[in-house]
Design a binder for this molecule. Structure first.
Ligand code: ZN
Length: 265
């Protein structure tokens, strides 16, 4: 059994078929899918699709330019309400993106940092883990994590250094690996995926993004997770069974509300 800890089932690429996609993935052994939100407008749809596993609420850095102060208040009241929903598992997807040019002006860097900090505070207030988007921003991500302090979470699609990975792990984080490690040229990611402690790794597809090397852009789906996992098992020289049980245990440990869910039927 597998857990896809990061999948945008509500993305337009799925044409509203997220529920069917989740069921097909389940037939392939993906027992749980965590669906992160990206902006206030998709909170309702991720809550809906989160019934196939879990969901998170938050404002993604790419959506920060259009976000308003009122969205943070809306997030807080949505989280308050979602706490009684057993499928609600985390705050996310939040973070900092210093790669996309539009997000790198001084004002946007400041606005991103503000939304990131405020959302960490919401996570802290409700005792929730966070799903982090980290792109050319690990040091800043770490700085605010240390300042504010949240009960851990997942650094999704991790692509930093060994040292940065160690610091995140120390702060209670797991690192998400997916399609990127299926490319033989992704030396750094493959090295990390094969040498980090197994206890710090979770699997994800980030579908429909980050296709594994056997798919075209935009065709990724959670059904690919077992095949992506095979690549990791090979890199680490361990069996699929060992990888499956370790990564599921890691996901449940870092997302305790997911662990509390009744087993899927
Ligand atoms: Zn994402």
């Amino acid at each position: 059994m597998w857990i896809d800890t990061h999948c945008h089932l509500d993305a337009p690429e799925f044409n509203g078929t997220g529920a069917q996609v989740a069921l097909r993935a389940k037939q392939r052994g993906v027992r749980s899918i965590v669906v992160p939100a990206v902006c206030r407008a998709n909170f309702a749809s991720v809550a809906n699709l989160g019934q196939f596993g879990g969901y998170a609420l938050g404002i993604h850095p790419i959506f920060v330019p259009k976000a308003e102060e009122a969205d943070l208040q809306f997030l807080r009241t949505s989280v308050e309400r979602a706490m009684s929903d057993p499928h609600f598992v985390a705050i996310g997807e939040i973070g900092l993106d210093f790669f996309v040019a539009e997000l790198c002006t001084p004002e946007m860097r400041e606005k991103q940092a503000y939304f990131y900090r405020e959302q960490l505070r919401i996570a802290k207030d409700f005792g929730l883990p966070v799903l982090l988007h980290v792109r050319r921003s690990v040091d800043q991500i770490l700085k605010y994590l240390r300042q504010i302090g949240v009960p851990g979470g997942i650094a999704h699609a991790f692509n930093g250094s060994q040292q940065q990975a160690d610091m995140l792990i120390k702060l209670g984080f797991k690192l998400g690996f997916g399609g990127a490690m299926t490319y033989t040229r992704a030396l750094q990611i493959r090295r990390l995926a094969s040498t980090l402690p197994l206890s710090s790794i979770v699997l994800e597809t980030d579908a429909p993004d980050i296709p594994p090397n056997w798919l075209e852009a935009g065709q990724n789906s959670p059904e690919q997770l077992p095949q992506i996992a095979e690549v990791l098992a090979q890199l680490r020289g361990i069996s699929l069974d060992e990888l499956a049980s370790a990564t599921c245990a890691n996901a449940s440990a870092v997302l305790p509300r997911l662990l509390a869910l009744p087993p899927p039927s």
